[in-house]
Design a protein around this ligand. Structure first.
Ligand SMILES: [Zn+2]
Length: 219
């Protein structure tokens, strides 16, 4: 639509007019993350790799300050610079962890309504950065085939029910190892639903790669 071309300049303008503050601690800052918060982020412990029924999950950070603030800025305030900083931090941290090299990198898809509201998929910059570092193609073929209610505040069985059958694969046939990229892993229910679809499309091994690991009932 004609007005779509105006959305990005308008967003940049709003970004320029908005008071600049650090997404981690809210102090006035020209950067999306101030220097102390960046140091704090880099000092956070690396969560251990986890084995799930369908594959392995690698998370770059625990979901806590200042990463939590950055994720919220990327997700709920539509701040693309926040998503880009997260992408760079995630890729840098994980590529040194000995993940098996991927044949393809696939971002988790957002529900269409949420993507429209947000203006972009906040997972994509991270997926793109990882694909570039791994020299693998970025395949944007995962689709939400039905709208799902937000997962926040649900139990694991409830989350599983909520996302079962929510995804479909519309990309080329997959082979070998696929990196499935998401922003925050909590129970893994969304990743499981997406991984099942990727396996059916031919993926031999799924490594889920996430920016942050959250544990329910904790920070
Ligand atoms: Zn800060």
């Amino acid at each position: 639509m004609w007005w779509a071309r105006l959305v990005e300049p308008a967003r940049l303008l709003l970004d320029a007019l908005a008071p600049r503050q650090c997404a981690g601690c809210r102090v006035a800052s020209p950067d999306v993350l101030c220097e102390p918060c960046l140091e704090l982020a880099l000092a956070l412990p690396l969560p251990p790799a986890e084995r799930w029924r369908w594959g392995q999950t690698w998370s770059a950070f625990p979901f806590q300050t200042p990463i939590r603030g950055l994720v919220h800025a990327a997700k709920y305030q539509g701040r693309r610079p926040a998503a880009r900083v997260l992408a760079a931090l995630t890729a840098e941290r994980l590529v040194t962890q000995g993940l098996p090299p991927p044949a393809a990198v696939v971002p988790v898809a957002l529900a269409r309504r949420r993507r429209r509201a947000r203006g972009y998929n906040q997972v994509e910059p991270g997926a793109r950065a990882l694909a570039a570092l791994a020299a693998a193609p970025l395949l944007d073929g995962l689709r939400r085939v039905r709208e799902t209610a937000p997962q926040v505040g649900r139990s694991l069985p409830d989350r599983r029910r909520n996302v079962a059958g929510a995804f479909a694969w519309s990309g080329p046939p997959l082979t070998g190892t696929v990196w499935l990229v998401d922003d925050v892993v909590t129970t893994g229910a969304t990743l499981e639903a997406a991984a099942t679809v990727l396996q059916r499309a031919g993926a031999g091994r799924i490594d889920a790669v996430a920016t942050a690991r959250a544990w329910r009932g904790r920070g």
